[in-house]
Design a binder for this molecule. Structure first.
Ligand SMILES: *Cc1c(COP(=O)(O)O)cnc(C)c1O
Length: 395
């Protein structure tokens, strides 16, 4: 029989280095591979399965809606779309929503909105300031927005209109701001770029700067939103309201959907300016509505905050025990462990053997982003597996 590796190499684009695990089934915080081996999943579909795998609330919503109506196009009204829009608006500082199918697409919409805003209110300004080590997605414009040269270089020339500046550095934003600037787009905590938490004063400063210059402040909450940081939206953790916010990953708790939201005074798009065939379809919206309703009603973000602090404490204890761990960082259930050397490949391989799935964030750092519903007992079990794996790499 052909191996997974050979099968993939023969037919699939060679763009992703995969871990040698073939997942066939998931339930809660656990998944099983094709040999029946069980793993604790601290990757959660890349910070997507916020309620764990196959949460009954989401499964039921998908099954029910799939049998009634999956797709209508946006030429017509449908209840799931407006129910979800209303819920997100009522629960956030935003006034209007547009649904997309992914994070990159949500950010594209936000940037189009910023350009429209610039035309209407800023004399044609179109530039968006973004941060180095950010991640905003893989479309051409979002590669230009993503301040990481290794994503950009293979695809030059990139669409113009983005200025990448160091994160957490007010002066860099000051210097980059000009007549051309329409908006600043930031992640409240940088996810793919290293789980980088800004200094306390940074986001409030950026808010003030945008107010004083008439710029839009846009938060990419694709990873930090929907409870990941221990509040429903990441901006609430920092007490700074953006003008525009994007969501995806956890929004559908496993079902693909994205969104961009804006305050009324910034919602500059007009009839015909934007659209999407699949965006806001009844099936995705029913899944996301059920997941979000559950998240809110059960106060899952509060649980994430609490169990996240517990997990961070357990990781800090490991740091004290293993000197090759130099730092534990992150907020809520978005955490990273920094090593003094490039031992990530060995740690991740050993974790796989022990039955723990992690994200190899950097050659010298791993990321933990388990389902928000993870229990303390599952954290304990995961930490036992991680410690056994670390011991294997300790020599
Ligand atoms: C994952 C991610 C994206 C891209 O989302 P896709 O759904 O993969 O397009 C954008 N921004 C942030 C902060 C992300 O973490």
């Amino acid at each position: 029989m052909i191996s997974w590796q050979e099968w993939e190499q023969k037919y699939y684009m060679r763009v992703t280095r995969r871990q040698p695990v073939a997942i066939v089934r998931g339930r809660g915080t656990r998944v099983w591979d094709d040999a029946g081996k069980e793993y604790l999943d601290f990757t959660a579909g890349w910070a997507v399965n916020n309620l764990g795998h196959c949460h009954p609330v989401v499964v039921k919503a998908v099954q029910k809606q799939a049998a009634v109506l999956m797709q209508t196009s946006n030429q017509f009204y449908s209840r799931p779309q407006l129910e979800l829009a209303q819920l997100l608006v009522e629960q956030s500082c935003m006034d209007r929503v547009f649904f997309s199918n992914s994070g990159a697409e949500a950010n594209e919409g936000a940037v189009k909105l910023a350009r429209r805003y610039g035309k209407l209110h800023r004399n044609g300004a179109y530039e968006v300031i973004t941060a180095l080590n950010s991640f905003h997605g893989r479309t051409l414009a979002m590669v230009a927005a993503t301040g990481q040269p290794h994503y950009q270089e293979p695809f030059q020339p990139l669409p113009p209109g983005f200025v990448n500046v160091p994160y957490n550095d007010p002066n860099a934003i000051k210097e980059a701001t000009s007549e051309r600037t329409a908006a600043i787009l930031l992640e409240p905590v940088q996810g793919e770029g290293g789980v980088n938490v800004p200094d306390e004063g940074y986001l409030p400063w950026v808010r003030q700067w945008c107010d004083s210059r008439g710029l839009l402040l846009m938060f990419d909450e694709v990873q930090t939103g929907m409870g990941r940081l221990g509040t429903l939206f990441g901006y609430q953790t920092f007490g700074v309201e953006p003008d525009v916010m994007t969501l995806a990953k956890g929004l559908g708790a496993g079902f693909p959907i994205g969104a961009f939201l804006a305050k009324e005074r910034c919602a500059a798009l007009e009839y015909g300016d934007h659209g999407s065939t699949f965006g806001g379809n009844p099936l995705a919206c029913a899944a996301a509505y059920a997941a979000t309703r559950f998240l809110i009603d059960q106060d899952v973000p509060a649980h994430a905050r609490e169990v996240g602090a517990y997990l961070k404490g357990r990781l800090e204890a490991l740091r004290e025990q293993y000197p090759f761990i130099t730092q534990v960082r992150g907020v809520g259930l978005l955490l990273a462990v920094q090593f003094q050397d490039e031992r990530t490949p060995r740690v991740v391989a050993a974790c796989n053997e022990e039955g723990l799935l992690l994200n190899p964030l950097r050659p010298n750092a791993i990321r933990l982003m388990p389902p928000l519903t993870i229990t303390r007992e599952e954290v304990d079990e995961g930490m036992e597996r991680l410690e056994r794996a670390l011991q294997k790499t300790a020599s």
